[in-house]
Structure formats: C-alpha cells, structure tokens
Ligand binder design. Structure first.
Ligand code: C2E
Ligand code: CA
Ligand code: CA
Length: 408
C-alpha cells in the first residue's frame, strides 16, 4: 500500500493541537518537533523529537483525538503515515498483539490526560474501548485460553493418535497407516485437529506436539505391525505416515528426535513417511528444499499431501525429493462417472509413475471410487470405505481381522 506523503513545516509551525481529531502518524525525515501540552500554569514540553522519531500514532490506535500538540522547532520534513496504511497492517497482526497495542495506547493516553487535566483513568480507558477493540479482545482471549489449554493438554497427555489404514488398491491388503491426532479434552470430548492445529502452528506449540506425534507414531507402528504380522506373516512390514507442519521445520530438535525415535523402535527409516501439504511446500520453496533434503537424508520418505489443491506450477515436483503424491479427495470425489475428471486422475498417476513416485488416493468412500482409482493405476487408497481413523487398539484389531481378501 502506498504511503508516500510528505509534509514540510517551517520553524514554529504547528502540525496539530491537543484535542483535535487526527488520522495520521508522522516520521521525522529531517528537523525537530516538540510535543507539548498547554496548561493554565504554562506550556509543558513532553518530548523533543528528531530524525527517524515517530509520533502521532496514539490517535490512530484509539479514538483519533490528539492527546498533545506538535510543533516544528526548526524547518522540518515529515513522512505521513496514513490511517489506512496503519489499519491495514494492524488488521494483519495477531489479534492478541492488536489488543495489547490498543490497551497500551489507551493506558498511555490515560496517563497523559491524568497528567494534563486530572481525568480519571477508568474514564480514559473506557473511551479507548471501541467495538473493534472489544471484538479483538474476545478473539485474543479465546486464542490465549486455547493456547494455554493446548499446552496443558500436552503436559497432561490429552492427545491421542488415531490410525487410518492405507490399503494397496490392487488387492485391498493393508500397507500402512496414517497417524492423525485427536485431542481428548476433559469435559468436552474429542476435538478434531482442524480446530486446534492452526493455533498450535501459530503459537509455535506445534514443535512440541509434532515431536510427541513422531514418538508415538513410531511406537505405535510396531504395535500394529505385531498384530499385522500375526494375521499375515508373509506381508511386507507396515509403514506409518505422519503429518508435518512447515513450522516444525524450524524446530532444531525435529531431526534428532526423529532419528532417536527410529532407533529406539528399531524402525527402518523408509517405514516412516512424512506428509507435507503442497501449499506449504509451494509457499516456502527455498526453506522447504533444504529441510526436505535433511529429512530425506535420514532415509524417511516424503509425501506431498493434498496434491492438486494448491500448486501454481508443477515444476517443483522434480526439484523436490518427494517420493509420493497423495491426491486430494476432491479428485476422487469427482472422478466417478465423470470422464474428464477421471482423465486428470489418470494423467497425474502417469506423471507420478514417470517421475518414479508412488500415488495415494485419499477420501475414498465408495467401491466405485476405489475401482476408478485402481483403474487409473493409483497404488494406494485411504478412506472411510475401509475404515475411519481408529484408536490404537481398534487399529490393531483391524490388522488382525484384515487379510488379502479385503478387496474393495
Ligand atoms: P489430512 O492430512 O489431509 O488428513 C486426512 C483427513 O481426512 C483426516 O481428517 C481424515 O480423518 C479425513 N478422511 C479420511 N478418509 C476420509 C473419507 O473417506 N472421507 C472424508 N470426508 N474424510 C476422510 P482429520 O483426522 O480430521 O485431520 C484433518 C487434518 O488435520 C489433516 O488433514 C492434517 O492436515 C491435520 N492433522 C491431523 N493430524 C495431524 C498431526 O499429527 N500433525 C499435523 N501437523 N497435522 C495433523
Ligand atoms: Ca495427511
Ligand atoms: Ca490430505
């Protein structure tokens, strides 16, 4: 957004007076400005500002009333920071930061007014609390409580992994599981990940939660493998897929923890697949490449999750060390009885085969969708047709009862 206005003031020229309405803040390019208040006992200079100082911002975050006057004391050039420019930035800020800024501004105004005219703190604070501020406060407090609840949930062991089978479309046999987090919130029940993962990501808690997910997923796949091996002794060992958020890539302990978990459970690294959504990779190309290569160097496989929902170019596919594409469920939903949509699934499948990648179709709910995916040479399927994500014991029972005859 453009913000190119300048103001030039002569010596002694007032920019604004206390009590006026103000919609702009100012940065001093050159010169000097006095901020002052006039009182019956005389003028009191609150600050003498010079190059690069910013002033006038308090009117913008509050009720737009200037709490002091400003005057150039030498020839002065100012950059004008418009209300529009500031509001746009504030809108994009975290609600808690926005709320804290407003509270801080209200307190500053309050203390200036109390100094100047003896008005009460409560009255000044109330004037600063507009409707926007109340909405922000509610959002900010809800967020804060959710963050605190999540932190407690991790300490109290309220998270649980559920496991959704991933089957070979060729014969319906179980090839692995996707680990999906659940929050068993006391007094509330099961909270789905869509309702809290984004808060964990924004607050940074996702690093600790993600490390817990990796550790539990590695432990659990061995439990599931035991059950699987009993029912199908000759089958390939199961793999587990874990969802990674891009924020976890900046967690310095992620790789060490992943390595430790693999070693502790005696797991071959290729049995652990890391899922990263396409839009996350695309929006963080350079950082992603370095970090994906590190994951890959451990021997873990990399899966592009929600493939087809967020890309602007396919060229990233050969730049990234990805092993598999997981087609978003919208493709599968549209594919049955819709030849053009099916052609797209087939084209993606062929491209993946050419690039040496495996494919997974997710969100398969009907036998027709499974059949369409199989005919398009998609290798694996996942969806409610076989099972929802199950708690560990139920997933183990699923393994015991599953057999090669479980064909869609
Ligand atoms: P996702 O990785 O795309 O996971 C697939 C979601 O689709 C899961 O929802 C799964 O239960 C659901 N699903 C599976 N089969 C079907 C089907 O046939 N039909 C329909 N309609 N849905 C199906 P869930 O478990 O609620 O997870 C939602 C999202 O939360 C996941 O999407 C993933 O992005 C995120 N998530 C889950 N667990 C974790 C985790 O441990 N770490 C991180 N970073 N994200 C996670
Ligand atoms: Ca996933
Ligand atoms: Ca997905």
């Amino acid at each position: 957004m453009k913000n190119k206005n300048h103001r030039v003031l002569a010596t002694g020229e007032a920019l604004f007076l206390e009590g006026e309405t103000g919609h702009e803040a100012f940065a001093i390019e050159s010169g000097a400005v006095d901020i002052y208040i006039e009182r019956p006992e005389g003028r009191s200079v609150l600050a003498r500002l010079s190059k690069d100082d910013i002033f006038g911002e308090m009117a913008l975050a509050g009720d737009h009333t200037r709490t002091a006057s400003a005057m150039a004391i030498v020839p002065t050039v100012l950059t004008v920071i418009t209300h529009e420019y500031l509001a746009e930035r504030l809108d994009r800020a975290d609600p808690m930061l926005r709320h804290l800024l407003r509270v801080t501004m209200a307190r500053c105004r309050d203390s200036l007014r109390t100094t100047g005219s003896g008005k009460t703190a409560a009255a000044a604070q109330k004037r600063g609390d507009g409707q926007d501020s109340l909405v922000d406060r509610d959002i900010a407090l809800r967020r804060l409580h959710l963050e605190q609840d999540l932190e407690r949930a991790l300490e109290n062991g309220e998270f649980q992994l559920h496991f959704q089978p991933i089957v070979r479309l060729a014969d319906g046999s179980t090839a692995g599981f996707e680990a999906l987090i659940r929050w068993l919130k006391p007094g509330v029940g099961k909270v789905p990940p869509d309702e809290f993962i984004w808060v964990a990501e924004e607050s940074g808690l996702i690093s600790a939660i993600g490390r817990w997910v990796i550790r539990s997923a590695c432990e659990s796949i061995n439990r599931l493998e035991t059950a699987h091996h009993l029912s199908q002794p000759d089958a390939e060992p199961l793999f587990i897929t874990v969802n990674l958020s891009i924020r976890q890539f900046s967690d310095p302990d992620l790789f060490a923890d992943l390595k430790k978990s693999l070693e502790a459970e005696g797991l071959a690294p290729k049995r652990v697949k890391l899922e990263i959504t396409e839009s996350l990779v695309m929006n963080n190309l350079d950082a992603s490449l370095a970090l994906l290569n590190r994951c890959k160097s451990l021997g873990c496989q990399l899966v592009v999750d929600d493939f087809g929902t967020g890309y602007s170019s396919l060229s990233y596919l050969h730049k990234f060390p990805m092993d598999a594409l997981k087609l978003d469920r919208s493709f599968i939903r549209d594919a049955v009885g819709n030849p053009p949509a099916l052609k797209i699934v087939r084209a993606i499948s062929n491209m993946a085969i050419d690039l040496g990648m495996e494919t997974v179709a997710e969100g398969i709910e009907t036998a027709h969708q499974a059949e369409a995916s199989r005919e398009a040479d998609i290798r694996y399927g996942q969806g409610f047709l076989w099972s929802r994500a199950l708690p560990l014991e139920e997933a183990a029972a699923y393994c015991r009862s599953s057999s090669a005859s479980r064909v869609a």
